[in-house]
Design a protein around this ligand. Sequence first.
Ligand code: GAL
Length: 710
Amino acid sequence: MARNPLSVWRPLSLDRFLLGAPHYPEHVDESYWVRDAERMAKAGVNTVRMGEFAWHLWEPREGLFDFDLFDRAIAVLADHGINTILCTPTATPPRWLSQNYPEILRVDANGRVAGHGSRQHGDTTSPTLRAHSRRITRALATHYRDNPAVIGWQTDNELNTSASESYSPSCAREFRKWCAARYGTIQTLNRAWGGDFWALAYDDFGQIDLPRDMAPTFLSPGHVQDYHRFLADATAAFQHDQVVILRETNPDWFVFHNLGNLGDIDFRGTFGQDLDFIGFDIYPMLYDEFRRTGGIAATQALHLDQCRAYSGNFIVPEQASGFGAQPGFSTMTPEPGEMRRMAMTSVARGADGVMFFRWRPAHYGAEIYWMGVIDHDDVPRRRYDEASQFFHEMTAHKGDILGTHVRMDLGIAGADFDNQEAYKTYAMGLPSPLEDATILHRAAYRAHVACGFIHPEDDLSRLKALYVPHWVMWKPEWTARVTAFVEAGGTLILSAMTGTRDSDNHIHRVLAPGAGLSALAGVQVEEFGRLAGPGASGLFPPWPDRVNGGYHPAARLPATSADRAYSFTFGNRDFRAAHLYEKLILAPGTEAIGTWSHRFLTGTPVATRRRQGLGQVIYLGTYMTEELAQHLLDSDLMGVAPLIPGLPQGVEVSCRQTEGHRLWFILNTTEMPQTLPALPAGEPLLGDIRPHGAGFTLPAHGCEILRERL
Ligand code: GAL
């Protein structure tokens, strides 16, 4: 299968819309199987995913394979027209493996060795685990090579979701090898890591330790950055072993991975280039519970827009269907209609395949209350009905959906592993690029502006504006790309701290922003300093408190920061600044469009504009706040507008398009019917909207797709 380069604009290479569920025939009596297959076929399922946790069944003893159970399960489904995606089962090394080869167990930063009793206990940096992973992958691939019902593979399951770091002796050995391969000589490594600071120079690669928390104080950013680069490379190598075997066994199979929380995965590197497409597991209620990024629907949109930035359209191998729980937490429950709406949001944001997690809930184990399409008592109820409705709708309209990409007017720089890690090596209590970007994304989501994430190496020409959220590690070659974007008419918005370090995490020896951005923006940062976050004390950054855990008590003091508050004026409005100020020097031809209005910075620029070619570069010498994001959207400074003007809050919109037609996804994320204004002329494909005066109504959790021919 020929694979196009990774790009946010890339449609999926499949000719079918994958519809189904992860399925665990090994969890029920075989008497269920035919009934399951019949119900699936009736609901419109065309594919199930199986086997990600079944290594112990496939290889009950080392070297002794047994494919019988899955052979029969695959055959029953195939008899009902349902295909199977198999998974390499390496997320759950069986007991004989962990017992006979304890060196494969992950070790945490405190030296605690993972026990056998859960999952993801295997250390993917371990050469021994890799050898067993190749063995089981080869055995499975060879056995299923000629089975026409097996159409593709998922590698492992959510690599690095439970833990991505390891501190095992074998991990340390592999890290030293990685360092030697990267730097060649120890002198080069010492220069890159800044070995003359705190006497951290090494005499040879064998002396290098893993960066441990108990160092006993802060670690060298270069050392930490490389450890995470190494972990990402090791994860990619672990997957690469499996991909090579699957591809050489049957080149017709597609291969993907289901991403979870993305720890130490450099998706735009080898990891993503190896795959036909990515899968992204989406549990909006779970993610919103953890991150509180603005409501269930906004959180889902944020995650999917972020995921699309890696490689374009994707599939959702696990889409939340109902209540979810593990022993330590539980999520909210989708209301009637909401499961279909959440699945439709996934499609609206680039999914070309959706599988509801899971066909039925488990009756035993650590996820007994994680509901599925069918209930525990084997009775199909509202979740089955909604899945069925959604599957039939997607089947009916797949011809319109496949091949389209998601429109994006406002891009936020994303999907860059080095910048994400560089921030973490030296966070200083400041928001991460993603936290900062989330504020703008959420505002754009509410304003119905087509916003997403994009890497600077991607095709920027389809954007109107690009926001760069504090990327400290800006590469010089990206400057040429964003310059071309600006010259062609785009608006580039650079934010504070961008381009302050090189790829070794060394601060540039010239005033920021470096890597050619200073000339492009027409600014230099003469001075910078910390400000309080909204509502917090500016005097104490969140300092990890090693004795009590969590943050230093001083960080929790009531805000005393009135005397440290800085404000600025921008477009005739006053704003309270947050987190950081920069004092800017402007080059001739750069205009100040916002100025600090308080304390010693009064009258100096905080926001600047430089026109170049047909476009402009805006520089913001501070961090994003909700008010600032709203202002940037309202003021038309970025040249972006709502996709459909006048939509009520709670109704989300996105647009998928290709030559010839556009699909407008208009989704009611609320439990109340909503009145809509005039909509683009187009044929309603789902029939949920009803005419109402000059506009329409959309029922609670209602979904509509308008097809506009171009
Ligand atoms: C996913 C995982 C599944 C299941 C699900 C619900 O992250 O891939 O195996 O655990 O969460 O917890």
